[in-house]
Design a protein around this ligand. Structure first.
Ligand code: ADP
Ligand code: MG
Ligand code: MG
Ligand code: MG
Length: 387
C-alpha cells in the first residue's frame, strides 16, 4: 500500500478492511480536521464510531508549503501507546497504525468537547487540572532518567527523533516572534508594543536560553503541543490527543504551554469568571508536584536518583522552566503565526486589542521571571492588566 491521501470512500474501505466494521455495514464518513497538516475522518455505523487520522506530507504556512515528514504519524501513534502505559484513562485507545499510509485509527471521542472550545464558551471542567497534572507527572516521570533505566531511556529517546516538527516549534515559538519575521501576524495597532518586545535585549536573551533548553535538555518524552486544543474534556473525563510533536525535551515544556493557554483564556473572560482558571493553573502544578514526588519516592529506579535533597531542586528547575515556556507561548500565540481562538475571537475590536496588549505584558513578565512560586500567574496577571 503506497501512501495516498485518503478520501471518505477509501477511509471507509480501510475501516472495513481492518475489521472494525463488517463489509456489509452501512457507515457514514466525514472529514472533520482543519486540513492544514492532517486529515481526520469520523466513521460511524449506528452507535459505533472510530477516528482515522492521516498525516499529509506538507503544511500550508504563509502561502508556502513546508514539507513535513510523514513519520510524525508513527511518532504520534507511538506516543499515544507509550502514554497509555502510564495513564490509559487519559488518552484515546489506538486500534491500528500503518506507517506507510501515515494512518492511525483510534477511539472516537466525539461525545467530548475540545477544552479550548468549552472554556471559551464558559465551561469550567472542574477535573481538568487534576487530570492534566497527573498526565504530565506520570508520562514525564516514567520516561525520564528518574523513572527509566538509562539504557532504556536512551533507546526510547531514539524512537522519538522528530526534526521537522521540532523545527516548527524552534522557529514559531522561540525565534520568529522575537524579531521581524514574515511568519508573524498581528493587528497593526500592536506595532508599538511589538517593537518594544523586539528591542528588549533582556527578553530576547531569555527567549534564546529557553530555545536552547528546548534543543538540548532531553529529559523526558514531552507531548510537544499540549495546548487546550489538544485536550478533549467533559465535566468528568479528560483525554489528551494529537502528540505529533512528541520528542524528548525539558519536563517543564508541556505544562508551560498548558498553563499559558489557561492564562490566555482567563484574559479573554469577564473578570468575574476568571477564578476557575487561576484555580486550574495552581492545581495543575500542585497535582503535578505531588504526583511526581510520590513517584520519585516509590518508583524502583536507579539508586543515584534517591540522593537526599535532590527532588526539591529538580522540582524547582521544572517550575522555572514551566514559567519561562509559558511566557514564550503567550507571546507567540499573540503575535506569531498561530493564534488562539480565545483572544482572536473577542468580538469587540478595542477589547481584543486590550486583551492582546495584556497578553504581551504577561508573557514578557513570565519569561523574565526568576525564583517565583505558582502564585506568579495570578500576581503577574493583575500587575500587567490595563492600568
Ligand atoms: P491536528 O494535528 O491536525 O491538529 P488533531 O489530532 O488535533 O489534528 O485533530 C483535529 C480535530 O479532529 C480535533 O480538534 C477534533 O475535533 C477531531 N478529533 C481528533 N481526534 C479525535 C478523536 N479521537 N475523537 C473525536 N474527534 C477527534
Ligand atoms: Mg489542527
Ligand atoms: Mg490538533
Ligand atoms: Mg497536531
Amino acid at each position: 500500500m503506497a501512501y495516498q491521501p485518503l478520501t471518505e470512500e477509501t477511509a471507509i474501505a480501510l475501516a472495513k478492511e481492518i475489521g472494525y466494521f463488517s463489509q456489509e455495514a452501512a457507515v457514514t464518513c466525514s472529514e472533520i480536521g482543519d486540513g492544514n497538516l492532517n486529515l481526520v475522518f469520523h466513521i460511524r455505523s449506528g452507535e459505533k464510531g472510530i477516528i482515522i487520522k492521516q498525516a499529509l506530507p506538507y503544511a500550508k504556512v504563509v502561502g508556502e508549503s513546508w514539507p513535513l515528514s510523514l513519520r510524525r504519524a508513527t511518532i504520534e501513534s507511538n506516543a499515544l501507546t507509550t502514554f497509555a502505559k502510564y495513564v490509559p484513562e487519559l488518552v484515546p485507545e489506538v486500534y491500528y497504525h500503518n506507517e506507510e499510509l501515515a494512518v492511525t485509527v483510534m477511539e472516537d471521542l466525539s461525545h467530548m468537547t475540545i477544552s479550548r472550545k468549552g472554556l471559551i464558551e464558559g465551561e469550567d471542567y472542574p477535573l481538568l487540572s487534576q487530570h492534566i497534572g497527573t498526565f504530565s507527572a506520570k508520562t514525564l516521570f516514567y520516561t525520564s532518567d528518574f523513572g527509566l533505566e538509562a539504557q532504556e531511556k536512551r533507546k526510547l529517546d531514539g524512537t522519538f527523533v522528530n526534526p521537522d516538527l521540532c523545527k516548527i516549534t524552534e522557529d514559531l515559538v522561540f525565534t520568529d516572534p522575537f524579531g521581524n519575521y514574515e511568519t508573524n501576524s498581528y493587528e497593526p495597532e500592536l506595532q508599538e508594543a511589538v517593537e518594544e518586545l523586539w528591542s528588549d535585549e533582556a527578553l530576547k536573551l531569555r527567549a534564546a536560553q529557553f530555545k536552547y533548553k528546548f534543543l538540548t535538555r532531553k529529559e523526558a518524552l514531552m507531548h510537544g503541543d499540549l495546548h487546550t486544543g489538544s485536550i478533549f474534556a467533559t465535566p468528568t473525563e479528560t483525554k489528551v490527543i494529537d502528540p505529533e510533536f512528541a520528542t524528548f525535551g525539558p519536563i517543564g515544556f508541556d505544562l508551560g504551554h498548558f498553563l499559558a493557554n489557561l492564562a490566555m483564556n482567563a484574559i479573554a473572560r469577564p473578570a468575574d469568571k476568571r477564578e476557575i482558571l487561576f484555580y486550574h493553573i495552581e492545581n495543575t502544578w500542585k497535582v503535578f508536584a505531588e504526583t511526581f514526588t510520590t513517584l520519585w519516592e516509590t518508583a524502583e529506579t536507579e539508586a543515584y536518583t534517591k540522593q537526599t535533597g535532590w527532588l526539591p531542586l529538580v522540582l524547582e528547575d521544572i517550575f522555572a522552566d514551566i514559567v519561562g515556556f509559558a511566557g514564550c507561548e503567550i507571546i507567540r500565540r499573540t503575535i506569531g503565526l498561530a493564534h488562539v481562538a480565545d483572544l482572536d475571537g473577542i468580538a469587540d475590536t478595542e477589547a481584543k486589542l486590550a486583551a492582546k496588549r495584556h497578553a504581551l505584558r504577561l508573557g514578557r513578565a513570565l519569561l523574565l521571571a526568576r525564583g517565583a512560586d505558582i502564585s506568579i500567574f495570578r500576581k503577574e496577571f493583575a500587575a500587567t492588566q490595563e492600568r
